[in-house]
Design a protein around this ligand. Structure first.
Ligand code: FES
Length: 224
């Protein structure tokens, strides 16, 4: 039995077990989560949260599904952050420096405060990947931003109004579409699928029991 501690959800005090995550504690307290929850495993970015520990002036950020509650934690979740998302057709843009200037010019107003990096719930070097985007180094930007879960917390702290997750997303799309080497085996596999070569195998898999599927999964071949 874990200790009971006090937390404050949207300013209201609750006593919850100390072993819970913030998300678990909210449910323990009776909240039915409809927004601000998705994968529950730290991947989807739906549960961005801000908190402050009583007596501490620092406002901290986290994912509610991945962060354990602490005594005297004041918590508010951010189920949605209004990021600026510019429309573009990836077929009609090119990986030039101009495309960032055109779609996300605010990245050039970065003041170098590093608040985005400090706020990132994934521990990414956000300011660095924005610097790569400013210089048109999209492969580096894509690599550095690869683990972004689009929670938007970085942007919530940015005095320049930069939409970091969307900038990283654009860099990853440009890299995938134009800069990364062609993946020949992927093209071959897509062609096989389009020809219907996988239909029989799919039907066979769909007819199997859960136990048989687990057995197949555990004994699958790994590509060398
Ligand atoms: S619910 Fe998906 S990251 Fe927390």
């Amino acid at each position: 039995m874990s200790n009971m501690i006090n937390i404050y959800l949207y300013g209201k005090k609750y006593e919850v077990p100390s072993s819970l995550t913030i998300m678990g504690a909210m449910e323990y307290a009776g909240y039915q989560l409809v927004r601000g929850v998705g994968c529950r495993c730290g991947f989807c970015g739906a549960c961005a949260t801000i908190y402050r520990i009583k007596g501490d002036t620092e406002l901290k950020t986290c994912l509610a599904c991945q962060t354990q509650v602490q005594d005297n934690m004041y918590i508010a979740t951010l189920p949605f952050f209004p990021l600026v998302k510019q429309p573009y057709d990836i077929e009609n843009v090119k990986p030039t420096e101009q495309i960032m200037m055109q779609l996300y010019p605010e990245i050039y107003a970065c003041v170098g405060c590093n608040a985005c990096t400090k706020a990132c719930t994934q521990g990414l070097n956000v300011m660095q990947y924005i610097a790569y985007a400013q210089r048109g180094e999209y492969e580096k930007c894509a690599e550095e931003s690869f683990d972004c879960v689009m929670c938007g917390v970085c942007s919530s702290r940015c005095p320049a109004g930069i939409t970091h997750p969307q900038v990283g997303m654009l860099a990853r799309r440009l890299t995938g579409k134009y800069l990364a080497p062609e993946t020949g085996h992927l093209n071959d596999r897509v062609a096989e699928i389009l020809r219907g070569d996988c239909e029989a195998a799919l039907k066979d898999i769909m007819s199997k029991s859960v136990a048989e599927l687990k057995e197949m999964y555990n004994n699958r071949d790994f590509e060398k």
